[in-house]
Design a protein around this ligand. Structure first.
Ligand SMILES: Cc1cc2nc3c(=O)[nH]c(=O)nc-3n(C[C@H](O)[C@H](O)[C@H](O)COP(=O)(O)OP(=O)(O)OC[C@H]3O[C@@H](n4cnc5c(N)ncnc54)[C@H](O)[C@@H]3O)c2cc1C
Length: 601
């Protein structure tokens, strides 16, 4: 596709989109209208998913919750004890193939574990678990040789060994592949000698094994390093703002002697290994962040219904209700995106032959294809949590600033989620940049979609219930709006769009809003009547919020690129959408109050 993709004079309203051109499921929310597909969501969970959910909840309540204070006070023994128990129950081996001691289950089950164990109330143990099962174990599962898998995976899955992933260096943070660590062949040709340092390494002080990356003759390459190899030196524990119970250290590699057979993948494959496992880390981070946001909503609701001022519970004040209804909506949006993503990945890989030698290569391709979704989960989840914790502290008033109340630690613990696994800025670049790449490579038939929506922004054939007809129109309007803005941006900048951060950031936010609109309305449509009743006010408020956010960003982008906005204004006028947001917020709070806790799981 070239820059002449602009369709100003190429109008063909009967244009049919060939959805078969969609490679995999990644990015399909951009073009797939309501009625053309289904989204996975927690209402789609199987019996097995539900059983895992119950087992995880029991562990969270009976084991993690009573230990949470120890787990948050950097108590290595307590952390290792709970970690080992997680291993015994299979919570560390969900992604690990059965032949190597794991359960070999789907991505949704792995997400359910992150989700439900979070209810144990220890963010630190969840950070430990997530780093171990995700970025530390996945490189070996996906890229390891049979010998490496046999040696490491059973011990990692059982919790006998803890793993870490060391990519960041003092001068290589967001620019992660610019690392300076070197690996040179020993004189006898049997070892690589690793020299350099990796900073801020989660689990680094407690780990038995580390997956790390170093330059072999200038080519970035992955290695598995055992703690007892000479030259592995762990630095002092960092004094952190939050997640104080987890281990974070600098790892020094001082001519660390790593056997040749511990290279992971091939020379020069390190960049792909390092980045591919981060995709999985991102959607799982979204899951645990959304769980945190729900916990925070419940804590805030309980507090607001106990605390009295002016002779009334503070929950009676509308400003408090407003905060809590906004929290509910953000939790629902993040939760919907998370399971849409895991389900879409599972759907794409479910028919792959697990015994085939290229099974994991195919799995990685599917996960890479969901790069936009992985970043969406990370950004939306972490920002839902940030919002909820901030408003939660405000609802607690002075108590929110006191350590006796769990919301206080949550406020500090939350902050890292917007920084690690790629900062939210880097993830916004990935969201918009990957959409651009998919459009240019025609992985998504963007050109056809732009053509089909050139004149008619809202299709006539929207077969939805009357009570969401307005919202369905708004969602399709927003889908067209995105295509319109995207087309203008590509026409103006072509491939250079990826370097235009002033417009790329608001454009990423346009895509974020569209993904939420698409996913939540499809989730609603699939739900049974009982769920629909609870979801309807939340959906309506979410649509109103995301529509407004999208309009602001679209007008900002148009102004920035000197594009006349008259056409867009005409479209807005013909949509005739003016939601009563305050009324919708009242309805959402009414339902929260009816259930007394977050109620859409
Ligand atoms: C508690 C903790 C645990 C961690 N665990 C691990 C771990 O287990 N393994 C590991 O390898 N690393 C780990 N990290 C490192 C983490 O991934 C990095 O801190 C993160 O990627 C950001 O890198 P940086 O700190 O160097 O910030 P920088 O890259 O210096 O970023 C500083 C600011 O500049 C912005 N910025 C940078 N580049 C761009 C750009 N191109 N466009 C726009 N803005 C940009 C960033 O968004 C950020 O706001 C951890 C960090 C912490 C604090």
């Amino acid at each position: 596709m070239t820059e002449d993709m602009l369709v100003e004079n190429e109008i063909n309203t009967s244009f049919e989109i060939d959805f078969s051109k969609l490679q995999g499921g990644g990015g399909k929310f951009i073009i797939s209208p309501i009625g053309s597909d289904k989204v996975f969501c927690r209402e789609s969970f199987s019996e097995d998913h539900r059983m895992f959910e119950s087992a995880a909840l029991e562990f969270a309540q009976k084991t993690i919750f009573p230990m949470r204070e120890k787990l948050e006070s950097h108590n290595k023994e307590a952390s290792l004890e709970v970690f080992k128990q997680m291993g015994e129950l299979g919570f560390l081996g969900v992604d690990t193939p059965e032949e190597f001691g794991g359960l070999g289950l789907d991505k949704t089950t792995a997400c359910i574990v992150c989700d439900i164990l979070s209810y144990g109330g220890s963010v630190s143990i969840m950070v430990t678990q997530a780093a171990h099962t995700g970025i530390a174990s996945l490189p070996i599962i996906w890229y390891g040789t049979k010998t490496q898998k046999e040696k490491y995976l059973p011990k990692l899955a059982s919790g006998e060994w803890m793993g870490c992933y060391a990519l960041t260096e003092p001068a290589a943070g967001s620019d992660a592949l610019s690392g300076q660590m070197k690996a040179k062949l020993s004189e006898d040709g049997k070892h690589y000698l690793l020299s350099g340092q990796k900073i801020y390494i989660t689990n680094g002080g407690w780990s038995d094994v580390c997956v790390t990356f170093a330059n072999v003759d200038g080519k970035y390459t992955g290695f598995i390093v055992d703690k007892d190899y000479p030259g592995w030196v762990a630095g002092e524990e960092e004094k952190k703002m939050g997640i104080k119970g987890s281990s974070t250290v600098t790892l020094f590699f001082e001519d660390c002697k790593v056997p040749l057979e511990n290279m992971i993948g091939n020379v020069g494959q390190g960049s792909a290994i390092a980045f591919n496992v981060l995709y999985a880390g991102r959607y799982k981070l979204g899951v645990s962040a959304a769980a945190g946001a729900k916990i925070c909503t419940n804590l805030s609701y309980d507090f607001a219904n106990e605390r009295e001022q002016f002779s009334r519970k503070i929950a009676n004040f509308s400003m408090m209700k407003r905060k809590m209804s906004d929290m509910v909506v953000k939790c629902w949006e993040a939760d919907s995106l998370n399971y849409m993503t895991s389900g879409s990945i599972d759907e794409s890989i479910k028919d792959f032959d697990k015994t085939s030698p290229d099974y994991f290569e195919k799995v990685q391709k599917v996960i890479e294809d969901h790069a936009i979704e992985a970043s969406l989960c990370k950004v939306v989840g972490s920002e839902a949590l940030a919002f909820s914790v901030d408003e939660g502290v405000q609802i607690h008033g002075g108590a929110g600033y006191i350590e006796d109340y769990p919301i206080c630690a949550m406020y500090r613990d939350e902050r890292i989620n917007r920084i690690f696994e790629g900062t939210n800025e880097i993830n916004r670049l990935l969201i918009a940049g990957t959409a651009l790449k998919k459009a240019l490579l025609e992985d998504i038939p963007i050109r056809d979609s732009i053509l089909s929506r050139a004149t008619e922004w809202v299709p006539n054939d929207l077969f939805v219930d009357e009570d969401i007809l307005t919202e369905a129109k708004v969602v399709e309007f927003c889908r067209s709006l995105n295509l319109y803005v995207f087309n203008l941006l590509i026409t103006k900048y072509g491939q250079d769009l990826k370097n235009e951060q002033w417009v790329l950031e608001p454009y990423a936010d346009v895509l974020i809003s569209l993904s939420i609109l698409d996913t939540t309305i499809k989730r609603y449509i699939q739900a049974n009547d009982l769920k629909k009743t609870d979801m309807l006010p939340v959906l309506k408020l979410s649509v109103a919020n995301q529509y407004q956010s999208m309009m602001l960003n679209a007008f900002d982008i148009l102004a920035c690129i000197d594009e006349n906005s008259d056409f867009l204004k005409e479209q807005v006028t013909s949509l005739k959408y003016s939601p009563n947001k305050i009324g919708l917020k009242k309805n959402v709070y009414r339902d929260l109050d009816k259930y007394g806790k977050y109620y859409l799981d």
